[in-house]
Design a protein around this ligand. Structure first.
Ligand code: ATP
Length: 239
């Protein structure tokens, strides 16, 4: 494990069961400023559950989560209001908080530019691609200026080009704007390419199979490093 000094998010020994079925069995992870952290693992291993615990929507049975700053969760379902244009969907939280109109416009324009969806702002959710809608859902949280952005399977259902473009935007959000981004997905290879640190989860009862720091590794070599760490972990367990 890396040192927790300066971490924005530290989860230690998190356990969670539902009706006696143990999902998370002592999961620990950490994430720092300006870092993209990938959490990959099989269906049902508790990735969403962990994000919900980090976001404060659920309590762990055991273990702790410490945050420095505010964490916002972008749900897997985009939850955009179909009767509002993208710009109004993105502005929703700011307007709700009574932020002045010119500041709202400025922040919406900033987030849209960062995510590359400026040209779609006047369209309705039903008129844009899945990738653009997903980016609008992320922009809607980004304008609220969280320190930690939690993305629940943002790549699900997107084609290759949209996945790449979304991952590039995520990387810019973290590296250029010093946000901490936690991204959960099943696709180890793709997430590893864009992550500074990856955690691989097992099947339930879920533990961390491998933690790999990747920020010093060239992009094209990152997936292989994660697979190597995983096979080391499996070999170690068989001994
Ligand atoms: N509120 C709940 N009540 C009962 N069981 C739950 C609840 N939330 C999650 N579970 C169960 O916990 C397990 C983990 O679910 P979770 O959605 O966190 O996994 P996941 O890794 O995000 O899965 P996927 O990759 O399919 O999205 C599943 O078996 C799910 O049915």
């Amino acid at each position: 494990m890396g040192g927790a000094t300066g971490a924005r998010l530290v989860a230690r020994g998190v356990w969670k069961s539902y009706s006696g079925y143990t999902v998370l069995a002592g999961v620990s992870l950490e994430a720092h400023a300006a870092e993209v952290v990938g959490v990959v693992g099989p269906n049902g291993c508790g990735k969403t559950t962990l994000l919900r615990i980090i976001a404060g929507l659920e309590r762990p049975d055991r273990g702790t989560v410490r945050l420095q700053g505010r964490a916002l969760l972008v749900f897997q379902e985009n939850l955009l209001l179909p009767w509002k244009r993208l710009r109004d969907n993105i502005a929703l939280g700011l307007r709700y908080r009574g932020v002045p109109g010119d500041v709202v416009e400025e922040r919406v324009a900033w987030a849209a530019q960062l995510l590359g969806i400026e040209e779609h702002l006047d369209k309705y959710p039903g008129e844009v691609s899945g990738g653009t809608a997903r980016k609008a859902a992320i922009a809607r949280m980004l304008v609220l200026d969280p320190d930690i952005l939690l993305l629940d399977e943002p790549l699900a259902g997107l084609d290759l080009a949209s996945r790449r473009s979304l991952l590039e935007a995520v990387e810019a959000i973290a590296h250029r704007h010093r946000k901490t981004v936690v991204i959960v997905d099943h696709n180890l290879g793709e997430v590893a390419e864009y992550a500074d640190r990856v955690y691989v989860f097992s099947h339930p009862p879920t533990r961390v199979e491998a933690e790999v720091k990747l920020s010093d590794t060239p992009r094209e070599e990152r997936p292989a490093r994660v697979y190597e760490a995983l096979s080391r972990a499996y070999r170690g367990r068989r001994r």
